[in-house]
Ligand binder design. Structure first.
Ligand SMILES: C[S@@+](CC[C@H](N)C(=O)[O-])C[C@H]1O[C@@H](n2cnc3c(N)ncnc32)[C@H](O)[C@@H]1O
Length: 283
C-alpha cells in the first residue's frame, strides 16, 4: 500500500498529509470530480493492447487493432453495418467527456447571435444540450450515423429538447447534410479522418450553410494559439492505432478550409488546448 501511495504522490494523484497519512492530490481530485477522465483512462486498455506490437502499429499492418474496433466507423465509413452494441461504448465515452469539451468550446465561441446550430458527428447530443443551455434562442439539428442518431433522439427527448431539435441520420461520406442552420459545428470529428475525407466534408458543410454562415471547428490541434506538444505526443500514436486520421495544425486546417471555399478563418485561444482549440470560418 505504501508503494502504491508513494507512486501516486509522484503523479500528484495523492499527496502526503503527515506520517503514514495520504489524501487526494490535485490530479487525483480532478480525476474523481470528472468521470470523463476516468472513462478515458479505462478505454486506454485498447490502446495499450495495440502498443504491444508497436512496429505493426506504426507500419499500419495490423488490421486487428483493438482501437479500430472500439471506433468501428474507422472500419465501416458509411456505418451501414454498425449495430447499437457497436456504437454504444464510444458514444458513452464521448458523452462522459463532452462536458469539459463543451465548456472549453463555448467559452471561446458562445453561439450568441446564431439562430440554428447543426452539430455534425454530434454523438448522443451532449454538445447540443450544452449549447442549448448556453444559447436559449438556438434551434438544434444533429447529424450522425443511424445508430448513434437513435441514441441522440432518446437523450435529447429525455433532456426536454425534442421540440427544439431535428435529427438526421446518415453518413457524411455518402449523404448530403441537412440545410437550414446558420452555424455548423464539427467537434472532435475532423482529426478522426484522412485528408480526402476532410476536404469532402468541409465542402459539404459549406454547401449546407447560407452566405455568411459559420463553421465552428473544435478539436485538439498541433500548434494552435497556446497549443501544447502534448497533442502530438498523444494523438499521433492514438490515431495510428485507430487506423485513420491525423492531429492537424491550425495552419493545415486553414489550408483545407480555404480549398473548400471558406474565406475568413480565425483561430481562437482556449483554456485547455490539449482537449480542444477552436477555429471559426465564414462560408
Ligand atoms: C470522436 S466522436 C465525437 C462525438 C461528439 N462530436 C463529441 O465531441 O462528443 C466522432 C463522432 O463522429 C461520428 N461519425 C463518424 N463517422 C461519421 C460519418 N461518416 N457520418 C456521420 N457521423 C460520423 C461518430 O459516430 C461519432 O459520434
Amino acid at each position: 500500500m505504501e508503494s502504491l501511495c508513494e507512486a501516486a504522490c509522484a503523479l500528484q494523484l495523492l499527496e502526503r498529509r503527515g506520517a503514514a497519512r495520504y489524501g487526494l492530490g490535485p490530479l487525483g481530485a480532478a480525476l474523481l470530480g470528472n468521470p470523463g477522465i476516468a472513462a478515458m483512462v479505462r478505454h486506454h486498455a485498447a490502446l495499450y493492447a495495440d502498443l504491444g506490437d508497436p512496429l505493426a502499429l506504426l507500419r499500419g499492418h495490423d488490421r486487428e487493432r483493438r482501437l479500430a474496433h472500439y471506433w468501428p466507423y474507422a472500419l465501416d465509413h458509411g456505418g451501414q453495418s454498425l449495430t447499437r452494441d457497436d456504437v454504444a461504448p464510444y458514444t458513452e465515452l464521448m458523452a462522459a467527456s463532452q462536458p469539459m469539451i463543451a465548456d472549453v468550446v463555448l467559452s471561446a465561441y458562445p453561439l450568441t447571435g446564431h439562430r440554428c446550430l447543426l452539430d455534425v458527428g454530434g454523438g448522443d447530443g451532449s454538445f447540443l444540450s450544452a449549447a442549448a443551455r448556453a444559447a436559449p434562442q438556438l434551434q438544434l439539428q444533429l447529424f450522425d450515423l443511424p445508430e448513434v442518431a437513435a441514441i441522440a433522439r432518446e437523450r435529447l427527448a429525455k433532456a426536454g429538447l425534442a421540440g427544439r431539435t431535428t435529427i438526421s441520420p446518415g453518413s457524411f461520406y455518402d449523404d448530403p447534410l441537412p440545410s437550414g442552420a446558420d452555424v455548423i459545428s464539427l467537434i472532435r470529428v475532423v482529426h478522426d479522418h484522412d485528408d480526402d475525407a476532410v476536404a469532402h466534408l468541409f465542402a459539404k458543410v459549406r454547401a449546407a450553410l447560407p452566405a455568411d454562415g459559420i463553421l465552428l471547428l473544435g478539436e485538439p490541434m498541433r500548434d494552435a494559439a497556446g497549443g501544447s506538444d502534448g497533442v502530438s505526443a498523444y494523438f499521433e500514436i492514438y490515431l495510428r492505432a485507430m487506423g485513420q486520421g491525423r492531429p492537424r495544425s491550425a495552419n493545415r486546417l486553414r489550408e483545407l478550409l480555404n480549398v473548400a471555399g471558406f474565406s475568413q478563418v480565425r483561430v481562437l485561444r482556449t483554456r485547455i488546448p490539449l482537449i480542444a482549440s477552436v477555429i471559426v470560418a465564414k462560408s
